[in-house]
Write a protein that binds this ligand. Structure first.
Ligand code: 173
Length: 319
């Protein structure tokens, strides 16, 4: 009896050991077109995981929006159709209404991990998306509204503007008509005059040729881009410490790449000017008013849609 018992323990220990040592492969997806600005660093992350994680963990990159519509990403992660996604929170507000609220939080992830912000946002992801909030990128990249009609003041009355939840409430507050649209539809919509402008981060408009259909950049830039890496929670729980370590180490490395954004933004603004995109700037007073309004409208909307978590997120953002 005793011997059988010990034998069973030894056998299961061996089995567990071999299971732990087995390399696991995750299915990775980006909500942005492969090779473009907001996929690039995720692709570098994958390369790094695949080289540092040999024999431990690998990511199989299934690609961008051609493999799955970007606004489906929340359900795809929740149901484990994919294991890890590179996506703005703005693309999964259908499953997590406050997912785009991080656009109002500009502290780097290193801070957020220390002051409880990351932990709270992770908890919300666990509950609503069945996901682990691995990290967020581009906290130091703001958004602009780009136009192909000239305006004489920061007023969008009569204009149709392509949005995601990032810009929807601000565009409406400025009198514009928000039209929600995935990035892949923007160029054609501009060309056909379906919209008169669009919201987008200050970097990245050249990737899909939008500069050819853009005449103006409305300043100031506002908010803070939030491109998250989220992992299905069952997948995350199934990983060993060693496998999680590979992902965590690479996530931290990825956060460090945000330092590159300062130079990228400066270069991209010059590129706008060279492409004939004129800056519309109504001076410091108007800029201040615009920014105050953007944050006020932004928080009001978050708190209205998420009365329970919105105030906590706002408190955390003020740390
Ligand atoms: O599609 C968007 O305009 C959007 O919401 C977004 C968010 C972060 C980075 C790039 C785009």
């Amino acid at each position: 009896m005793k011997r059988t018992c010990i034998g069973a323990i030894v056998i299961s220990a061996v089995l567990l050991g071999s299971a732990a040592a087995k390399e696991v492969t995750l299915r990775g997806y980006s909500a942005f077109t492969e090779g473009t600005q907001f996929s690039k660093n995720f692709e570098r992350f994958i390369e790094r995981v695949n080289s540092t994680g040999k024999g431990v963990i690998q990511i199989n990159y299934i690609g961008g929006p051609r493999s799955l519509p970007p606004f489906e990403v929340g359900n795809a992660i929740r149901n484990r159709v994919i294991d890890i996604a590179n996506t703005p929170g703005a693309f999964y507000t259908n499953v997590m209404p406050e997912a785009d609220a991080t656009k109002l939080i500009q502290t780097p992830m290193s801070e957020q991990r220390k002051n409880g912000t990351w932990a709270y946002i992770n908890e919300l992801h666990n509950k609503r998306v069945n996901a682990w909030y691995l990290t967020r990128q581009f906290h130091n990249v703001p958004f602009n509204i780009f136009l192909n009609r000239k305006i004489a003041q920061p007023d969008l009355t009569g204009l149709k503007i392509r949005v995601t939840p990032i810009y929807r409430d601000m565009v409406a507050a400025l009198g514009g008509t928000p039209v929600t649209m995935a990035p892949g539809e923007v160029y054609t919509a501009l060309e056909r005059g379906v919209v008169d402008g669009y919201g987008w981060p200050v970097i990245g408009i050249f990737d899909l040729g939008w500069e050819k259909a853009t005449k103006f950049r409305l300043d100031p830039a506002f908010y803070s881009a939030e491109v998250n890496l989220i992992v299905n929670l069952d997948t995350w729980k199934s990983l060993t410490d060693a496998q999680r370590k590979v992902l965590n180490d690479s996530a931290e490395w990825l956060e460090g790449l945000d330092a590159e954004n300062v130079a990228l933004i400066a270069a991209e603004k010059q590129r706008h000017a060279k492409a004939g995109i004129e800056t519309l700037d109504f001076g410091p007073q108007a800029s201040k008013k615009f920014l105050d309004q953007a944050y006020e409208v932004g928080w009001d909307a978050v708190i209205k849609r998420s009365p329970e978590s919105g105030p906590t997120l706002r408190k955390l953002s003020a740390q």
